[in-house]
Design a protein around this ligand. Sequence first.
Ligand SMILES: Nc1ncnc2c1ncn2[C@@H]1O[C@H](COP(=O)(O)OP(=O)(O)OP(=O)(O)O)[C@@H](O)[C@H]1O
Length: 702
Amino acid sequence: MTERATFFDTSLLYLKGLGPQRTELLNKELNLFTYGDLIQYYPFRYDDRTRYYTISELMESMPSAQIRGRLRDWYMEGEGPKKRLVATFTDSTGSMSLVWFQGVTYIEKILRRDGEYIAYGKPQSFNGQFSIVHPELENANTTSENEPGFFPVYNLTEKLRKRHLDSKAIGKVMRVLLEQAWPHIHETLPESLVQQYRLVGKREAMWNIHLPQNQAWLKQAQRRLKFEELFYNQLRLIKNKLLQKEEFPGQIFRDTTLMKHFYNDLLPFELTGAQQRVIKEVYADFLTGKQMNRLLQGDVGSGKTIVAFIACLMAVGNGAQACLMAPTEILADQHYNGLKPFAEALGLNLGILTGSTNKKRRVVLHDELQSGKMHILVGTHALLEDVVQYKNLGLCIIDEQHRFGVAQRAKLWRKNETVPPHILVMTATPIPRTLAMTLYGNLDISIIDELPKGRKPIKTVHKYDKHRSEVFGFMRQQIELGRQVYVVYPLIEESETLDYKDLMDGFEGMQRAFPRPKYEIGMLHGKMLPYEKDDEMKRFLKQETHIMVATTVIEVGVNVPNASVMVIESAERFGLSQLHQLRGRVGRGADQSYCVMMTGYKLSSDTRTRLETMVRTNNGFEIADVDLQLRGPGDLTGTQQSGVMDLMIADLAKDGAILAVARESAQAILSEDPELLLPKHAPIRTHLDGLKQTESNWGRIS
Ligand SMILES: Nc1ncnc2c1ncn2[C@@H]1O[C@H](COP(=O)(O)OP(=O)(O)OP(=O)(O)O)[C@@H](O)[C@H]1O
């Protein structure tokens, strides 16, 4: 091991100012063991205490403010847990309140009437009067403690704070560490990138991320470190992708006769420009002789299925077989029923295999697949079973991949002995481009960002429960016009019984409001048997039922173009992308469609943002962006364990622009020098080796 490795691997025990007890606490509470660990423990925010504000200058938009003034008076308000201490704080320009909810007895004891203090916190305004809740309050006359400055705030636990390891103390320790580490910190990016993007050097960045003197220096440090993190993240992903492409050959599907026959003679509508573009992208992949790994993203109702079918025709037209795997039986049935007439017209054998396919039928299917008689197989997870073997599987299409695990995908890969099948993953969950690039950096991405002609934007409204009769009136009107309606209830596993009760109550209420024989109501939920679900769907599709009361089993993919109203009950219980998916069940035909989100009165501010976003826009990508801001990336996809999300400083919700540039740079460097052998790329090679060695962001330590 080398000099630098030794330095950053040094135990925190040896750091001046820490000592064994506090080191142990840092080990236990924050998982920090070495100099390298600590130096990469970045502050999560910074307190700008470089200047003082007067009370008259305060604005609610300020994230925080520091005010010098005097405590005039205080009183206790409320009882029990609601008890609070309210103090009047004044300066020469006005007065404001300081409020405490916790530790009030203690705080009251230490306050000095007419004492001069410095208060710091987030100003809030109520009826024109400003207040700060739980301010940091310091005696203005102990000046040594109150040097103005720009202070890092670290994410620390209560235990650490109790043992006097607060942000100030960590800041002090960090200064000692940075001074010692200075000669050991080396540049990790090639000079060309540092210059091109005017990045500050690594040393400067490390210093200023912890101890910036002002906002500008901090911004520079953040930009540099975010760039570095995302650059290496993308470099690794792209490198893996190149490796993957080299390692796996793919069948070539050159002949387009079958596809053209379908396109020219059978396709009932014009493809949108975006659909055509994606088909070209897929075809180009089929000519390379390498395995395709492509993610097809398209907003709800954008027409992914037909693109998938055309891709299948390319495979079949070249003597291979194709399979299309859907996440639920309802969807598999729907794909099968939708594609069946086309397959028949083309003289192709289309099969379906799901959990409810009977044994006898399975045996026949297995035979037909092995002999090559079956051209296209649609199904659910059942397609993954080992007994399902093909003569020559050339293309696998996976609908809604986030419901399939990695292991399951790997199983599909092995379904063809010689050459692995091409893979096309389709998702209607709009993933913001930035996130998609990071998550699926090893997949090529195609996007259908255009809806078929003649679709009208869905009109979305939010209604409180007490306006139910108005909503029912609207439903009746639409049914008069010959349209159909979905009414969806939330279903969350932890409270299943309760949810079913909601659903059943809702169903009964609906039956009273929409009595037979004038109205027919269907019901669909997860506890029904597959054939029952199928029957209900068919009745709705044939317009035998006017209203479909359902749980979120209808969330993805269900396609009944005549349904034009979606009523979402307890809309506050759904996430934003789920609401968008549900809304996507209407607006699939030429009629004007509507989405009504029903809620009670008490709504959190997040819920309000979700509802407002839905009312404002129909654009799935815009919605996904808001969702990402609200929930953070991990939640969105369930891929947080994949490792690619281990970002320490970059924030995918906010750093899209840096990510795009970092990705571009990584791509350019790898296309010029795939093995990173050029001398100018030495820092990258060194850093990557280090990453492999330590899997830490700290990197190579030569
Ligand atoms: N270019 C087009 N012009 C007109 N209608 C189209 C076009 N492409 C697809 N459609 C029709 O639009 C409807 C929605 O298509 P499809 O079911 O493939 O959407 P999707 O992208 O799978 O959406 P979701 O993810 O919401 O299921 C279908 O009825 C389909 O036949």
